[in-house]
Write a protein that binds this ligand. Sequence first.
Ligand SMILES: [Zn+2]
Length: 677
Amino acid sequence: MSIVKQTFILSTLLTLSCSTLAQAQGPYLDQTTIDRAVKPGDDFYAYANGGWLKANEIPASEASWGNWAILQKKTRLQLQELLQAIAAQKNQPGSDAQKLQDLYNSGMNTAVIDKLGVQPVQADLQRIDAISSPQGIATEVTTQYAAGLVGGTAPLFRLGHIADPIRNDVEIITLSQSGMGLPDKSYYAEASPKAVATRTQYVVYLQRLLELSGTPKDAAQANATAVMALETRLALGARTATENRNIRKLLNYYTLDKAQKQFPLLGFNSMFQQLSIPPAKIIVAQPEFFTGLHKELTATPLATWKDYLKVRLLNSAASALSMPFVEAQFAFYVTTLTGRTQMRPRSEQMVLVADGLLGEVLGKAYVEKYFTADAKKRIDELVQNVTTSFAERIQTNTWMTAPTKEKALQKLSTIRRKIAYPDKWRDYSALQIGPDYFSNIKAATVFAFRDGFNRVGKPVNRALWSMTPSTLNASYNPLNNEIMFPAGILLPPFFDPQADDAANYGGIATVIGHEISHGFDDQGSQFNEQGRYKNWWTSADKKNFTARGAALSKQFSQYVALDTLHVNGKLTLGENIGDLCGVTVAYQAFKKTAQGKGTQLIDGLTPDQRFFLSYAAIWRIKARDESMRTQVLTDPHSPARFRVNGPLSNIEAFYTAFNIKEGDKMWQPVSERVAIW
Ligand SMILES: [Zn+2]
């Protein structure tokens, strides 16, 4: 139910879908963005984007600014216009339009919301106060799921579902670590002054939530400190984001009976029964976390657990409550962790709420107005061209043997493609939306929960979309062996039917290549063409592949993102493979176009120079230090500068295009350049 987009909260099980990131606008390769004081071979990112970076500031309402954020903002304003038009018209009761209308209008009615204060969750807080045994803690969590009160950081653990990674025939249940409000284990464990300061701010936030719900100041301070100590104990038994990339260690299959016996106080039997979750296999992603959690249920005083449940509930609800709650949450999760100081206008925030809760209703209106069939046809062609080049690269690969190549080609040829928007839209008829904002949020959360868990035990529905049509992102899902490109990324500067091929291949084709490469990165390569977790490699080929990944990981770990903070080469390996291979394969596809084969200069630039400058342009981004720090600590994507300089310093054609020589800072000895696909 969290509404503030807490993108730093890493989803627990299998960080499988990836997001690409960031962006530019305006005439293609507007050369005022270039900083000619920088040598392209010293820092290509700064060369390509320095002019723009020097001339622009990050708006107070944004954590970063650049092509990515600018396009997101533009799309948000288009959605806002659509929403406001729907909210102003007369709609049939029960229609999708009426739901959007009431959701928007109720959310905009801040006079009523502010007057209610904590009242929407008052009865829930009283119920928590009445808990009288450790068993009651898990019962409360079940009640919160049933009521649509669990959002953002789920209390205790996260209950989810997933296509069974081994058999890939039905949806099964997942139980994974959660319940900690800081973004990663390292935030609890590290002794650096920055980490200590963030923890202090976090306790201030917890205290504020308790005070706002009626706890006297002194007690609130002591209780917040006790909750923090509990969270820290849980965190020390949790895995880091990097550790959670080890898929094999996540796949611990349990029966309900075994989970119930091993963790009796968590009451999974009654939880599943009360939530009408069909009997199915369970994956307990981090069993040792559950062991620690189970121990704390009796080792930690019940009073602290009650405060813990309260702050989790209040945090989940905060963005839908009165302004003091909204401000408290913003102060920590946005200002402290990303450096943004100004909230976006409420009407713009409501776009994210509507996109999150009624995404395929709003998305349908969006594509009807803004997306053309022509664009879809052109993207289909680009996906085909990139796929063809990927196949050639597998065939001509020098480090892989024929049997593994055959399997790789089979996997490549069966990748499912989801482009722009779903063929069949989600049915929201069972969801009722009315005049009360908080009730609407709860109803939509319950609807989404039921929609998901009704699929447990049934064959996997591969037609569903995990992103809404207006989303500026793209993904690869190894469990479906599928790539997804929502309409929201099929826009300038990623893609423009009017632009030259160099711009489109340096833009959207590198993204397409990136997503396809995820099928063959260190994680995706562990799944076969049917989306099953199953080895299809010879051991010698796997060893070779792993060594190449390790070399890339080492390169990225040398990059310094901020003061002494290095990029985490292990956390970002999958994304870095995606970037390196994405650019490589998009370049190969570009070289088959008329422009790519030719030598014609445009504005004094060769076709290859335009390709690489277009690639650097999509990553043009200015980020606040706080946002950069959070990204480096939690995000599997490297910072934009290294998403450009890292891959390019391994690509021969880039060296040639900009005449990069030994002695230039990006120059690497041929023997140290990494090539994977
Ligand atoms: Zn990715």
